[in-house]
Design a protein around this ligand. Structure first.
Ligand code: ADP
Ligand code: MG
Ligand code: ZN
Length: 476
């Protein structure tokens, strides 16, 4: 059934920009403040107040546009999107409909099916709305306008994707571009990146696209993947039954693993868009565009090439480290502090990745100081601690950012190379493991590893493995 149909997907991606102040006033964009403390007459929509465009918003939008191969519109404007809702104090949202700042771009993705260009239809700037909080117990609703006027860009793609794999690959690439530009942290779970998925299906080979639905409330790549699989199947089943797809907005419920209809096109609002009269048109010169291009930070591919060239780390390492912007910050800091690049890389690719996964954490939540990682590497290099202990100490650094030298002292973790002490332990272990000794003498190499393991265990992992091996062989 599935193979008879093609899936078509286009995305609308909202990204909260990392400016310190809001898009049309000087209020702070800081997250987590007391409700309605970051507000002023402009962002709570007082009559007579006048919006002034934050230049940084425009520059971020241009930077994202340039990095996604868009044309920058030399003369663009803002428009009013009118609707009444309590989170929207002006009763209109200032957005861009007719003349968005960027158009006609693309992002090239690479999947197992090869390279593919995903078209960017446009990128426009707009303001975020406030936040409604519904108290289920009292039945009261509250509104917090701290988010009102926080700058957003909306990136609208062409319907060029045909599977959940392509969608996630595209979003990961887009997110990395924006993070490298430092235009946003793009956290799906915190709403600084919000993705709406438009999806339709059609019989394979047909040229005209099917009727689409739009899905909202997708706050992880996993939810996006599940929602796409589920929606494609739902539409195919309807078509197979001879029914029609309704043009509608659906809300994905990730707990139930299904979507439900929010509103159909029949009750779609007419936004009565009209040009925003309070903001001057934006005129952009070639010099300005060149200046933004010139100031653009190093993007991923450049960084990867530089790591390979400057730090002589393998391409494999460079690829993993640069796949997370925050990792590159830690890596560069640690190397700057004198850490051996390959050793720093090993800790990041290995233990750090493992702990992130185990704890279900985002790389952005890493909070250890690179200086402590560098100190740890030095402790191993100087033979103060062995590899086993280093792993344990690293976990402490990862968890609590402890200072490793102090920690090793305090917990008595220094590597033990004292031969007479080790000799006693070895004799005990040999006496307690006659069978393994026997096995080893009969040619079972693995028994040696087992005995070394027992000795390490007896010494609480602190023994110098080289000395242990040497002494053990002598004893056998
Ligand atoms: P609207 O103006 O109603 O929001 P747009 O034409 O701007 O509609 O499209 C919105 C999004 O839907 C875009 O990302 C676009 O790629 C996608 N889209 C449009 N038509 C289809 C379709 N038939 N199937 C899947 N996605 C579509
Ligand atoms: Mg739309
Ligand atoms: Zn304000």
């Amino acid at each position: 059934m599935l193979s008879k149909y093609d899936v078509t997907i286009g995305l609308e991606v909202h990204v909260e920009l990392a400016t310190k102040s809001k898009i049309f006033c000087g209020c702070s964009t800081a997250f987590g403040a007391k409700p309605n403390t970051h507000t002023c007459p402009v962002c709570i929509g007082m009559p007579g107040s006048l919006p002034v465009l934050n230049k940084k918003v425009l520059e971020y939008a241009m930077a994202v546009g340039l990095a996604t191969n868009c044309d920058i519109t030399r003369f663009s404007k803002f428009d009013r999107k009118n609707y009444f809702y309590p989170d929207n104090p002006q009763n209109y949202q200032i957005s861009q409909l007719y003349m968005p700042i960027c158009r006609n771009g693309f992002v090239e993705i690479n999947t197992c099916a090869g390279n593919k260009k995903i078209g960017i239809h446009e990128i426009h700037m707009e303001e975020d709305a406030g936040k409604l909080i519904h108290d289920e117990i009292t039945g009261n609703s509250y509104v917090d306008y701290n988010r009102s006027g926080v700058p957003l860009i909306e990136i609208v793609t062409e319907p060029d994707m045909s599977s959940e794999v392509e969608v996630v690959t595209f979003l990961e690439k887009l997110r990395l571009i924006i993070q490298y530009l430092e235009a946003s942290d793009c956290k799906l779970n915190e709403g600084s990146m919000r993705v709406d998925v438009n999806l339709s299906v059609k019989k394979r080979g047909e040229t005209e696209l099917g009727t689409r639905t739009e899905m909202k409330n997708l706050n992880s790549f996993k939810a996006i993947t599940r929602a796409i699989e589920n929606e494609a199947l739902r539409q195919i089943k309807l078509l197979e039954k001879g029914e029609k797809i309704q043009l509608e907005t659906r809300r994905w419920d990730d707990v139930k693993g299904e979507s439900y209809s929010m509103r159909s096109k029949e009750d779609a609002r007419d936004y009565r868009y009209f040009p925003e009269p309070d903001i001057m048109p934006i005129v952009i010169s070639n010099e300005w565009i060149n200046d933004i291009k010139y100031k653009q930070p190093e993007l991923r591919d450049e960084k990867m090439q530089r790591y390979i060239r400057e730090y002589s780390i393998p391409k494999y390492d460079a690829d993993i480290i640069t796949s997370i912007k925050h990792m590159t910050v830690i890596f560069e800091k640690a190397v700057e502090l004198g850490g051996n690049p390959k050793k720093v890389s090993n800790y990041l690719m290995g233990e750090t990745m493992r702990l992130l996964k185990e704890r279900n954490m985002e790389a952005e939540d890493i909070s250890f100081s690179p200086v402590n990682l560098v100190k740890l590497i030095k402790l191993v290099d100087e033979g103060v601690i062995n590899g086993t202990t280093a792993k344990e100490v690293f976990e402490k650094i990862f968890n609590e950012d402890i200072e490793p030298i102090e920690y090793v002292e305090k917990n008595n973790l220094k590597m033990q190379s004292d031969e007479s002490w080790l000799q006693t332990v070895i004799e005990q272990v040999i006496a307690a493991n006659n069978q393994s000794v026997c096995d080893y003498k009969n040619g079972k190499e693995r028994a040696l590893g087992f005995l070394i393991g027992q000795i390490m265990k007896e010494t609480k992992g602190k023994a110098n493995p080289a000395v242990v091996k040497k002494l053990l062989l002598e004893n056998l």
